[in-house]
Design a protein around this ligand. Structure first.
Ligand code: NAI
Length: 333
């Protein structure tokens, strides 16, 4: 029995994400919470012939608590998306408060749930959830994940495009590490399951890295004011949630990049810190998943000089983003 809950379920990401979770036969219950429209979304999804029982909740009458009761996995896409010209950090002012309140709800109602944070800026909202959980004495670093899967999905797609065969994209695996915004997104293309063509030019490499880092901007621009990536994000979020569910059900050897606390695995976290040459409370790296969440943080391993340059550029930004999240909660409580 698996209960999945989506917080922000009526939104651009929330609705297709709820659809994909409803389509997952391993999900037996689906709780939908938003400040608007969840009864309609739930009624609509409830007619789909898959096992999950769907219920929608709004804030009155303890709706958040009711949605979260008994949750095994909680996915959070609540908050405002970017408009053209905005960075993910511009969203902080609004989304930080939303995520803080939702985290407090999880801490009191479903403290053992696996929590997957989609709301941007992920580099700061994940530390916010961690700090709130610490305040409530329920922080388990193995169970908190920043969803960076869209960067991984984009890397697979763009590499398959370069290889001239989109049907490869489901098999192309590129570890994307660091964080989830601009220069903090670091694709380790040298570790791609499908190497780039021999003689791939330096400027083509730079263009590819830039496209993976700023792929979100392509969508923001194309939607011209109507939001950011929603459908590809819902796909990516559902893929990552499905991996967690399969791991929790006992499947072994599932590995995916995610933005996690380095405390989630002391030995792996220490090895990663050594590679990075500095302490960082959160970092996105390949993690191995098990029944209790993160079982292993997998260090970066062998990377190229170009990738090292990208990591070096990412670190100061990540430090700042993490601090912003931690300071927000220190000031709030
Ligand atoms: P949206 O505006 O379409 O939907 C957001 C939903 O959150 C709305 O339905 C809204 O009513 C709801 N909401 C607002 N305050 C709430 C609260 N206190 N409790 C519950 N629900 C609340 O936005 P969209 O496009 O779905 O994006 C959501 C978030 O996901 C944004 O922060 C966006 O930047 C982020 N995002 C993250 C990505 C990633 O790779 N991690 C990729 C794309 C977007």
């Amino acid at each position: 029995m698996v209960k999945a809950v989506v917080l922000g379920a009526a939104g651009g990401i929330g609705q297709p994400l709820a659809l994909l979770l409803k389509a997952n036969p391993l999900v037996t219950e689906l709780g939908l919470f938003d400040i608007v429209n969840t009864p309609g979304v739930a009624a609509d999804l409830s007619h789909i012939s898959t096992p999950a029982k769907v219920e929608g909740f709004l804030p009155p009458d303890d709706g958040l608590k009711k949605a979260l009761a008994g949750a095994d996995i909680v996915v959070i896409p609540a908050g405002v998306p970017r408009k053209p010209g905005m960075t993910r950090d511009d969203l902080f002012k609004i989304n930080a408060g939303i995520v803080k309140d939702l985290a407090a709800g999880i801490a009191t109602t479903a403290p053992k749930a696996f929590v997957l944070v989609i709301s941007n800026p992920v580099n700061s909202t994940v530390p916010i959830v961690a700090e709130v959980f610490k305040k409530f004495g329920v922080f388990d670093p193995k169970r908190l994940f920043g969803v960076t899967t869209l960067d991984v999905v984009r890397a697979s797609t763009f590499v398959a495009e370069i290889l001239g065969d989109l049907s490869l994209s489901k098999d192309v695996v590129v570890p994307v590490v660091g964080g989830h915004s601009g220069v903090t997104i670091v694709p380790l293309l040298s570790q791609s399951s499908h190497p780039l063509p021999a003689g791939f030019a330096k400027d083509s490499y730079d263009t590819l890295v830039n496209r993976i880092q700023f792929g979100g901007d392509e969508v923001v621009k194309a939607k011209s004011g109507a939001g950011s990536a929603t459908l590809s994000m819902a796909y990516a979020g559902a893929e990552f949630a499905a991996k967690i569910i399969r791991a929790v059900k006992g499947e072994k050897g599932i590995v995916a990049p995610s933005y996690v606390s380095v405390e989630a695995d002391a030995a792996g976290g220490a090895a990663l810190t050594k590679e990075l040459g500095q302490e960082l409370a959160f970092f996105s790296s390949n993690v191995e998943l098990g029944t209790d969440g993160v079982t292993k943080i997998i260090p970066l391993g062998k990377i190229t000089e170009a990738e090292q340059t990208l990591i070096t550029a990412a670190l100061p930004e990540l430090v700042k983003n993490i601090e912003t999240g931690v300071n927000f909660i220190a000031a709030a409580y």
